[in-house]
Design a protein around this ligand. Structure first.
Ligand code: MG
Length: 347
């Protein structure tokens, strides 16, 4: 099996602001695995805040290359994932890139969709939220208009004045809101006041309201909050779910945190056992990574898979958006195919 990879900068239609920074572009390393006549594609998405670097991911791919060289077309996806998983403690995004490409490749060899390969129900088109980055009132108004197809909007909060932010949005739309606080609330009593205020403003979920290390306060808030609380930064991998009982109402699963589809499915299973709500989210993936996650949408209570809509140069096909709903392409593999030559040279 051959591993090729290629660095690409996804450029935002609007500079994308969250409480800590504003970006105009975001790097992804696309992965191509080839065996015989078939190629599978994956994505290693590396936004700054993830803490993983281009250099670190490239070093990881170089470590994986000779291992994959020995692999033939009758490979076991799970065995390879186990082997590369043991190469390092970190590199979650790079591992996800390989995991996604392996699933795509295996499904293509078998001539089936990735959903079928995984033994999952065929996903129906489902409503996804559309994210509005933090911006000036003028630009926010423009973004609300651009989101006219979507019935749920997602707001990045955790600002100095989240009440004002919600009031501003409410001047222009009464759509349901997902609010991602990005660990921005540090006082549990203020957080509960804000949760009640947001409940009255038709906010339907609160993502990561408090910092990761404020577990006790977070459990206190979840017990009293009129809105479900969803863990993002607090739950990256399967092992993080063990210590989450009572702390949140649900978890946001992302392929770049979970190291790919294999572990994401295990997280879905365990979250269901624990009666936690399941949100399927993304970092800043193109259609390549999003097509992989779209295979799992049947199992989601909430879907936040709008990242491909934010770019002006998405180099992959793979997902379709219609009237605010996301659907995976009806095809073999994940449905992700490059729209341009990406792999002529590696980094
Ligand atoms: Mg988040």
């Amino acid at each position: 099996m051959n591993l090729d990879y290629s660095l690409f900068f996804l450029r935002f239609k609007h500079p994308f602001g969250v409480s800590s920074n504003t970006r105009v572009e975001t790097p992804s390393i696309f992965v191509k695995l080839t065996v015989g006549e078939h190629s599978g594609y994956g994505e290693c998405c590396l936004p700054l805040y993830l803490g993983e670097t281009i250099e670190g991911s490239v070093a990881f791919f170089e470590k994986v290359k000779p291992i994959l060289k020995k692999v033939k077309d009758d490979f076991s996806v799970v065995e390879i994932i186990k082997t590369i998983g043991s190469l390092s403690e970190r590199d979650n995004a790079a591992k996800a890139g390989i995991d996604i490409a392996l699933h795509d490749l295996k499904a293509k060899i078998q001539g089936v969709s990735c959903t079928k390969l995984l033994g999952l129900a065929k996903p129906e088109p489902l409503y996804t939220s559309f994210t509005l980055g933090i911006d000036t009132e003028e630009v926010m108004v423009e973004k609300v208009k651009e989101a006219s197809d979507f019935s749920i909007l997602k707001i990045k909060a955790g600002t100095q004045n989240d009440r004002a932010l919600i009031h501003l949005i409410r001047k222009y739309t009464d759509k349901a809101l997902y609010v991602d606080v990005n660990q921005g609330w540090k006082d549990k009593h203020q957080a509960l006041d804000l949760a009640h205020f947001m409940f009255e403003q038709n906010v339907v979920l609160l993502e990561q309201p408090m910092p990761v290390d404020m577990k006790e306060e977070m459990a206190w808030l979840t017990e009293r909050s009129p809105i479900p609380t969803i863990a993002d930064e607090s739950v990256k991998r399967l092992k993080d779910l063990d210590v989450m009982d009572g702390i949140f109402s649900g978890i946001n699963i992302k392929l770049m945190k979970s190291t790919g589809l294999n572990e994401a499915l295990k997280m879905i299973e365990l979250a269901r056992e624990k009666k936690l709500k399941i949100m399927l989210g993304c970092m800043a993936e193109s259609s390549c990574g999003t097509a992989a996650m779209a295979q799992l949408t049947t199992y989601a209570d909430y879907i936040d898979l709008d990242a491909p809509l934010l770019y002006k140069n998405d180099p992959f096909s793979g997902v379709t958006y219609e009237a605010g709903r996301i659907s995976a392409n009806e095809t073999i593999g994940t449905g992700a195919e490059p729209l341009m030559e990406l792999f002529e040279k590696t980094i």
